[in-house]
Structures are given as structure tokens and as C-alpha cells.
Design a protein around this ligand. Structure first.
Ligand code: ADP
Length: 394
């Protein structure tokens, strides 16, 4: 199989991409890059295995007027002009919601695309951008095969009880259930766990994906048993801008007593809450850690307390705890947040090695700890590329 696989991960204001050699499953991405600040001041950066790349050509001089579609078309041109030594065999997309039907990576067809369109209201921040990327590639290169890789798919191993809300069963039957997200990240961590934990990798592990979006997944046999996100990516932990777990009565109150519309509530819960809402300063943990404002401290404290409570609450689902893994922007980079979460779990016999934590070692638990604690960088792109290799071979 001589050629490349392009992975695309489209968010509301960014497009992350990576180029993999289809013939070398173990090799890291040949090129990785990002267009950030879409809609404000787009900036394109890319690097190969040697370091940053010059980025002349179609991705220079971007403006606020450039849509995701324009930018992806330009990205395809840039890749063809500068890095097109091999043909592009497939584009693999991160797609946040696969609903009940899509439980594995799937080649894109018109039917698949319209099914996924119907799921957009369940992930309004992400799904429309994911699907726009698929359409942008089709418009530029109609014959190029594309695949969708779903953030929900990893959690389809859960028992029915874990997926149910305590709602009338006809609503569950129509699909109002807990789906769970960040599945590509969890699939990657599950794939590398044996390298770090040996046979304990198949034991009782909780992975904390702490980024702008944040969730946890409790695994046994490296499969999802429980997760903190639910029907949408709003539930669970405190996030950059999303509220996480909320008494549904608050939503009723906002609408009935304060007269807010559904659209206003959506904006409040998805964009104005979380670390940003509580601090009133920033959605970024790094900014809050650098601030002396008491509101910043309070937002971090709430983030930590909710994370510790959620982690502890998942332990019954896997009947104990052998290891905790921190990943994503905050999990990989913030030693203080990791330390504060672990301090609230010391009653489990979980002890950190403070120096290893400060250095960001892979293993940050003390020798005497009853629970291993690891820091592992996630790699959703590698999971998408691997799924594309499998689809190309079938
Ligand atoms: P996403 O992919 O969901 O947009 P990331 O996984 O990139 O998010 O995580 C972004 C979060 O990681 C932000 O809150 C950011 O401030 C935080 N972060 C990144 N680097 C650091 C750091 N060195 N210290 C603390 N927080 C960090």
C-alpha cells in the first residue's frame, strides 16, 4: 500500500491534521500541523519529524473571512504542492458523534453523511465542523476515499445499565442514552497501556482525559466500562467553557423563571461556563494557574474537586483501582492539577512521587503507592490512521 493517509480533526476554531505513511503502521506522522484561530486570525503551522516547516503557498495570508471549507481546500493544495511525493489514499476524520448505529470506523457515503448530519444537534460545537471537513474534501477531490472515526465508538462495550438515564424507557429506546466521548483518545491510551503497565494494563484503570474538553473513562481489559460524559459532551467534569454535571432543575429555572431561550441556555452551558464562567478570567488552565485572582483559584479548586469525585465514583464500576492515567493538555502538562486530584484520593493508598510528577515522568506514583499513576500523551491521529489502514486493506 504505497501512499499517504491524511487525518483531520476539525473543531470550532481549529483544524488539526497529520499525514501518515500508509505502509508503515508503527511510524509516527510524517507531517503534523494546525490551522488555529479560524474566524479570528487564522494561523497555519506545520512540522515534520525534523522540526517546523516553512509554510509558503496557499496557506499564507489567511484572513478572518476564510471558512473551514476554504482552509481545508487550501490545506489539500499545500500538501499536494509541497508534500505530495506519494498519492493520498484516504482522509480519516475525527467525528464526535456516531449515535447508536455507528460503532466502528466507517467509509463515508452520502447515506452515512446524512445519518451523521442528523446527529449534529447532539454535538453542536463539533459535529457540524467535522462534517464540513468531509464535504470540503469531497468538493476538492470527489474520488478520494474518506472515513469517519467516532469518539462515541469506544464506549459501546459498556453494559446497558451504564448507558441508561433514569428516564421513561421509550426515551432510552429512541436513543436518549449515555454515549460517552473522547473515544479516540481512550483507544490510543488503551493501545499503549501494555507498554507501561505490562499485564496490569488489563486490570482496573481510569483514564483522565483533561483538556479543554474533559472526561474520564473506567476500563477493564482495556475496554470502556463507564465514562463521565453522557448524551452530549456537556456532562461530567468541569471543562474549559462547558459546565459538566448540572442539576437539570437549573435549566428549567433558567428557562421558566429567567425567560432564557433554548439557544441562550445552549450558549451559556457550552461556551460561557466551566473554568471561564467560574473564574470570569479564562477557559485556559494555564492562564488560571498564572493568575493570583481568587476567582481563578476557585475555578481550579472546583475543577479538581469534581475530577476527584468523578474518579472515585467510577471505582465501583470496575471493582477497584490498579492505575490512573492522566492525558490531554491539562493532564499531560499541569503537575499542580495532577497533584491536587491525587491528594484527594490518598485514602485509596494512592501516593505520588512529587519529583516525578513535577518532571512529568511517565510514572509519577511513589514506589509504595497502591495505585500506579501515569502521564501518557494521547494521539487521536494515530488511531484514525490505523483505522484507515484497516479500511484500505478490506
Ligand atoms: P483540546 O484539544 O480539548 O482543545 P488540549 O488537550 O489542547 O485541549 O488542552 C488544553 C488545556 O490544556 C488548556 O486548559 C490549557 O491551558 C491546558 N494546558 C496546556 N499546557 C499547559 C501547562 N503547561 N500547564 C497547565 N495547563 C496547560
Amino acid at each position: 500500500m504505497t501512499g499517504d493517509i491524511l487525518t483531520l480533526n476539525c473543531g470550532s476554531s481549529s483544524v488539526k491534521f497529520a499525514v501518515f505513511d500508509a505502509a508503515h503502521p508503527k511510524a509516527a506522522a510524517r507531517i503534523t500541523g494546525k490551522i488555529a484561530g479560524i474566524g479570528r486570525a487564522p494561523v497555519f503551522t506545520a512540522r515534520d519529524t525534523e522540526g517546523p516547516l516553512e509554510t509558503p503557498g496557499p496557506l499564507n495570508e489567511l484572513t478572518t473571512a476564510h471558512t473551514h471549507e476554504d482552509l481545508i481546500a487550501r490545506l489539500l493544495d499545500w500538501l499536494a504542492q509541497h508534500h505530495g511525493d506519494q498519492p493520498l489514499l484516504m482522509v480519516g476524520h475525527r467525528v464526535v458523534h456516531g449515535g447508536k448505529s455507528y460503532t466502528a470506523p466507517t467509509r463515508i457515503t452520502q447515506t452515512v453523511l446524512s445519518d451523521l448530519d442528523a446527529l449534529s444537534p447532539l454535538a453542536p460545537l463539533h459535529q457540524p465542523h467535522n462534517l464540513a471537513a468531509i464535504r470540503a474534501v469531497s468538493a476538492r477531490q470527489p474520488n478520494l476515499p474518506q472515513a469517519a472515526c467516532f469518539d462515541t465508538a469506544f464506549h459501546r462495550t459498556q453494559d446497558r445499565t451504564e448507558t441508561l438515564f433514569a428516564l421513561p424507557r421509550d426515551l432510552s429506546d429512541e436513543g436518549i442514552i449515555r454515549y460517552g466521548f473522547h473515544g479516540l483518545s481512550y483507544a490510543y491510551i488503551a493501545s499503549v497501556l501494555p507498554d507501561h503497565l505490562g499485564t496490569s494494563a488489563n486490570g482496573r484503570v481510569i483514564v483522565a482525559h483533561l483538556g479543554n474538553g474533559a472526561s474520564m473513562c473506567a476500563m477493564r481489559q482495556r475496554k470502556s466500562v463507564a465514562t463521565s460524559m453522557g448524551f452530549t459532551a456537556l456532562d461530567g467534569l468541569v471543562m474549559g467553557r462547558r459546565c459538566g454535571t448540572l442539576d437539570p432543575g437549573v435549566i428549567l429555572y433558567l428557562m421558566q423563571s429567567k425567560g432564557m431561550t433554548a439557544a441562550q441556555v445552549e450558549t451559556l452551558l457550552y461556551r460561557k461556563s466551566g473554568l471561564l464562567g467560574v473564574s470570569g478570567i479564562s477557559n485556559s488552565m494555564q492562564d488560571l494557574e498564572a493568575s493570583n485572582a481568587p476567582q481563578a483559584r476557585e475555578a481550579i479548586d472546583l475543577f479538581v474537586a469534581r475530577a476527584a469525585r468523578t474518579l472515585a465514583g467510577m471505582i465501583p464500576a470496575i471493582s477497584g483501582l490498579d492505575a490512573v492515567v492522566f492525558t490531554a493538555g491539562i493532564g499531560e502538562n499541569s503537575a499542580p492539577v495532577r497533584a491536587a486530584i491525587c491528594a484527594q484520593l490518598d485514602w485509596l493508598g494512592l501516593q505520588l512521587d512529587p519529583k516525578a510528577n513535577a518532571r512529568g515522568d511517565v510514572k509519577i506514583s511513589a514506589q509504595t503507592s497502591a495505585v500506579d499513576v501515569l502521564v501518557l500523551p494521547t494521539n487521536e491521529e494515530a488511531v484514525i490512521a490505523s483505522a484507515c489502514r484497516t479500511l484500505l486493506a478490506t
